[in-house]
Design a protein around this ligand. Structure first.
Ligand code: FMN
Length: 205
């Protein structure tokens, strides 16, 4: 399926605030799918381009675009997984090999890389913007009717694994967003009790 978005607004265009009840309903029920259940079809190239356009439209203090995307599909994803497997095997780490299933099984993966820029915008804020890109990419994929999951696992934090993917300098792996069509519907998971998480600041008297 190909989803067609309204044209991207031009710089400086007035953008009226529009209520979007369908978006609220989607947010109330959306759920990640287990990566191991994801099969073809995954988003095709047109839908993927749409998803990346949406994922790059996130809050970003200083307009730095402090993130970038690496698309892994087909033989390219298989080659990356094979390199990671060789790395894990060279360390005799069978558990790490087993963890690669979540990367191998889904047909499409987008690695979101946090790529902070030097200057006055705090690095923390730039890392948060990369998280926003991950969340937006995940939600947009689900909103298209695909299944998706945000994975990190050991190869997000491993220097040698990062090098295989071409990360440099201050870059960090924010997330691997795995995409496809779930073979089974995900079940709702436990959700936090808001009462314990929300408080109100009382003015000191
Ligand atoms: C930063 C981050 C890292 C995650 N890493 C992993 C992971 O390594 N392995 C995994 O199975 N799930 C991972 N998850 C996914 C969660 O375990 C869980 O599937 C997800 O938060 C469910 O969200 P949802 O149902 O609200 O969409 C990660 C999620 C986040 C936000």
């Amino acid at each position: 399926m190909t989803f067609v978005l309204p044209p991207a607004p031009e710089f400086g265009d007035p953008l009226d605030l529009e209520p979007a009840p369908q978006v609220l309903a989607f947010l109330a029920r959306r759920r990640s799918a287990s990566a191991l259940t994801l099969a073809e079809p995954a988003p095709g190239e047109d839908d993927l381009a749409t998803l990346l356009r949406l994922a790059s439209r996130v809050p970003d203090h200083g307009k730095l675009a402090p993130w970038r995307f690496v698309v892994l599909r087909g033989i390219d994803k298989a080659a990356f997984a094979a390199d990671l497997e060789a790395l894990a095997l060279s360390r005799g780490d069978a558990k790490a090999v087993a963890k690669l299933g979540k990367l191998k099984v889904p047909p499409l993966c987008v690695a979101v890389i946090s790529s902070p820029k030097p200057g006055e915008i705090p690095e923390w804020e730039q890392r948060l913007s990369a998280g926003a890109a991950c969340t937006t990419l995940l939600y947009a994929t689900l909103a298209m009717g695909y299944g998706a999951n945000w994975i990190t696992d050991w190869y997000a934090y491993d220097a040698e694994a990062n090098a295989i993917l071409g990360l440099s300098g201050e870059e960090k792996l924010a997330g691997f967003i795995l995409m496809g069509t779930p073979r089974e519907a995900p079940l709702e998971r436990e959700r936090p009790q808001l009462a314990a998480l929300v408080s109100r600041q009382a003015a000191a008297r």
